[in-house]
Design a protein around this ligand. Structure first.
Ligand code: KG4
Ligand code: ZN
Length: 330
C-alpha cells in the first residue's frame, strides 16, 4: 500500500496530491491569476508563482489526506513536457523532499498522466482504449494498450485545441482563457459562419489556420457592418466552437474506425467543453462506444493524475535517480 506524494508544476497550476494504493486521498491545486492581464501564460511569472505556492500547496495536500511527511513512501513529479522554469520548481522540490526523507523518486510524463487521469476514480476504462487528450498545450489521439504503453496515433502539427479556443477568443476581445467563455456564449448562438481549416491528413490536426480564417471573415463582415462582432458574438462563438469540435470529433471517429476500439475517452481541460461532450455522447450512442470523461478536477492540470500514474510505476519499481532533470520536450 504505497502512499505517494505527487507534484505537478508543468504550466501555470501548482498542484500536490496524496495517492494511496492508486486511490486519491487529496488533490490540491493553486492557480495563477497573474497571467490574465497578459492574455496568456508568462513563463517567468509562472516559475515565480510556483516557487511561492509549492510549500503551502503540499502542506494542504498532506493535511487534507490526513497524513504527515513521515507517511510518504515515494515522491512523484512531472518531468515534462512543459515550461522548463515551471518544471524545475516541481522537480527540485520533489528531489529535496525525497533526499531529506530518503525516499524513491518517480518521474512522470505529463501527457501519459492526462490519459491515466481516467484511473483517478471509477468507472475505469479497460485496456486497450482510445483517448483524445485536448488542452491548452496538447492535442493527441492515443491508443492506450496498457497504463504505461501508450501509442500516439495523431497529434497537432501547430496549435493545440485549447490554444485555438484561446487565440480565437483573443481576436473577439474575450479574456484569457477564452475557452470557457466561448462555450458559454456559443450556447445562445447559431454557427451561421463557416471558417476554413486546413487538414494535415491522417489523424493529425492543424488549428493555426483557424485564426487567420476568423480574422479575414470578420474583417469582411465589419466592412459591411462595423458593429458585426459586437452584435453577433454568440453566433461567432458558436461557429468557432463548431469548427474546433467538428475537427476533433471527425478525427476521433476515424481513429475509432481504424483501430476498431469501442472504448473512447476524453482527457485535458478542453474536455470541459459542452459541445465536445455532447458530440462525444451522440457519436458514442450511434456507434456503440462506451465513453469516458473524467471529472473536471482531473481533466485540467492536476497532481492526482501524476500520483495515479506514479502508482503504476511504483508497482514495477520504475524509480528515478537524484540526477533526473526536467525536460521541456520529450
Ligand atoms: O488542461 P488545461 O487546464 O491546461 C493545460 O494543460 O493546457 O487546459 C486549459 C485549456 C485552455 O485553453 C482553456 O481555454 C480550455 O482548456 N478550456 C476550454 C473550456 N474549459 C477550458 N475550452 C473550451 N471550452 C471549455 N468549456
Ligand atoms: Zn496538461
Amino acid at each position: 500500500m504505497p502512499t505517494l506524494l505527487a507534484i505537478e508544476s508543468s504550466c501555470d497550476d501548482t498542484s500536490a496530491a496524496v495517492v494511496r494504493d492508486g486511490r486519491v486521498l487529496s488533490n490540491v491545486t493553486a492557480g495563477q491569476a497573474v497571467h490574465v492581464e497578459y492574455g496568456g501564460v508568462v513563463p517567468e511569472f509562472a516559475s515565480r508563482a510556483h516557487q511561492r505556492n509549492i510549500v503551502p500547496t503540499v502542506a494542504v495536500a498532506l493535511q487534507r489526506a490526513g497524513v504527515t511527511a513521515q507517511d510518504i513512501q515515494a515522491v512523484a513529479f512531472t518531468r515534462g513536457p512543459g515550461l522548463i522554469g515551471s518544471l524545475m520548481v516541481g522537480v527540485s522540490f520533489a528531489k529535496a523532499f525525497a533526499l531529506a526523507r530518503d525516499l524513491p523518486l518517480i518521474e512522470v510524463d505529463h501527457m501519459q498522466a492526462h490519459v491515466l487521469a481516467h484511473f483517478a476514480e471509477p468507472p475505469y476504462p479497460d485496456f486497450p482504449f482510445l483517448c483524445l487528450t485536448v488542452s491548452g498545450g496538447h492535442t493527441q489521439l492515443i491508443v492506450v494498450h496498457d497504463a504505461l504503453d501508450q501509442e500516439i496515433i495523431g497529434y497537432t502539427i501547430d496549435d493545440a485545441a485549447g490554444e485555438a479556443f484561446d487565440k480565437s477568443g483573443k481576436l473577439l476581445g474575450l479574456p484569457y482563457p477564452a475557452g470557457p467563455e466561448i462555450d458559454r456564449l456559443a450556447a445562445a448562438g447559431t454557427p451561421v459562419l463557416q471558417f476554413a481549416q486546413p487538414d494535415p491528413g491522417e489523424l493529425n490536426f492543424s488549428f493555426s489556420g483557424l485564426k487567420t480564417s476568423i480574422l479575414y471573415t470578420l474583417q469582411k463582415k465589419a466592412k459591411e457592418d462595423p458593429g458585426y462582432v459586437r452584435d453577433h458574438l454568440p453566433d461567432i462563438c458558436a461557429a468557432v466552437q463548431e469548427a474546433i469540435v467538428s475537427t476533433l470529433i471527425g478525427k476521433l471517429v476515424t481513429a475509432a474506425e481504424q483501430t476498431g476500439l469501442k472504448q473512447v475517452a476524453l482527457a485535458g481541460g478542453v474536455s470541459a467543453n459542452s459541445a465536445l461532450r455532447a458530440r462525444l455522447e451522440a457519436e458514442g450512442q450511434q456507434r456503440g462506444w462506451t465513453t469516458f470523461v473524467p471529472r473536471l478536477e482531473y481533466c485540467t492540470d492536476n497532481a492526482a493524475m501524476i500520483g495515479v500514474t506514479a502508482n503504476f510505476k511504483y508497482v514495477k519499481a520504475l524509480f528515478a535517480g537524484q540526477d533526473v532533470a526536467p525536460a521541456a520536450r520529450f
